[in-house]
Ligand binder design. Structure first.
Ligand code: CTP
Ligand code: MG
Length: 228
């Protein structure tokens, strides 16, 4: 089955408070989006890379990697899940296996992708990168910020991307989840709700999602460690 990457990059980065969408901020000589796309474009087992872009995307065409033969552009949607679904609907190969990875996680490394591919090959079942939580996680009351309960930290993992699944399973799960008005902030939340088992594969600390202004310096630190 062909492995295909989906990169949601249609967000506006409101929490980043920058002048432009965060995927177009530079770390060293390259934008975040170029760095993320390069991981997948250069991976020998990834056949195509679908990138969801904002309808008013300012600058994708100015990136050198935009002309890479594996890249396919797709219009993004109102929420991340809509951007991912648009990509899924544009993939013709019914037997495709997709890896969805946030544009805003540029520090991912090829061996991390390889661990997911290896899991999928062996089990043909969904899996995600995730990191065991280091903080204790509190559930709050809905009305006010007051502790309702404390979760058992030994069972808490923070979801990362990539998240891998069969195209058909993921498309069906997201379509059903949207019809039920579920909160779908990652692929696994849709897959779980549809009854698919989702394996947790330990992801690295450096696989951060650049979300707030201070994350940019941290990503630069990790990328510098990796040789930028
Ligand atoms: N994304 C997308 N389509 C959307 C919203 C988000 O493709 N409608 C993408 C973002 O570009 C990002 C990834 O999904 O690569 C993760 O989302 P997030 O970190 O929330 O990015 P933004 O939505 O851009 O940021 P914010 O929520 O702070 O506005
Ligand atoms: Mg967002």
């Amino acid at each position: 089955a062909p492995f295909i990457a989906i990169i949601p990059a249609a967000g506006i980065g409101s929490r980043m408070q920058a002048k432009q969408a965060k995927q177009y901020l530079k770390i060293g000589a390259q934008t975040i989006l170029e760095r993320t796309l390069t991981i997948f474009c250069e991976h020998p087992e990834i056949h195509a890379v679908y990138v969801a872009l904002h309808p008013n995307d300012p600058s994708f065409d100015t990136l050198k990697i935009a002309a890479h033969p594996k890249i396919q552009r797709v219009a993004g949607g109102a929420e991340r899940v809509n951007s991912v679904l648009h990509c899924l609907e544009n993939i013709a190969a019914a037997d495709a296996v997709v890896l969805v990875h946030d544009a805003a996680r540029p520090c991912l490394q090829t061996p991390d992708v390889d661990r997911l591919l290896a899991y999928y090959r062996e089990h043909e079942s969904p899996a995600i990168l995730a990191k065991p939580a280091s903080d204790t996680i509190k559930v709050s009351q809905a009305q006010q910020p007051r502790v309702a309960s404390t979760l058992d930290r030994r069972t808490i993992w923070q979801a990362q991307t990539p998240q891998i699944a069969a195209l058909t399973a993921l498309k069906q799960s997201i379509t059903e989840g949207l019809a039920q008005d579920l909160m779908l902030t990652d692929e696994a939340s849709a897959l779980e709700a549809a009854g698919y088992p989702v394996a947790l594969i330990e992801g690295p600390s450096y696989n951060i999602k650049i979300t707030h202004p201070e994350d940019l310096a941290l990503a630069e630190f990790y990328l510098t460690q990796q040789g930028l």
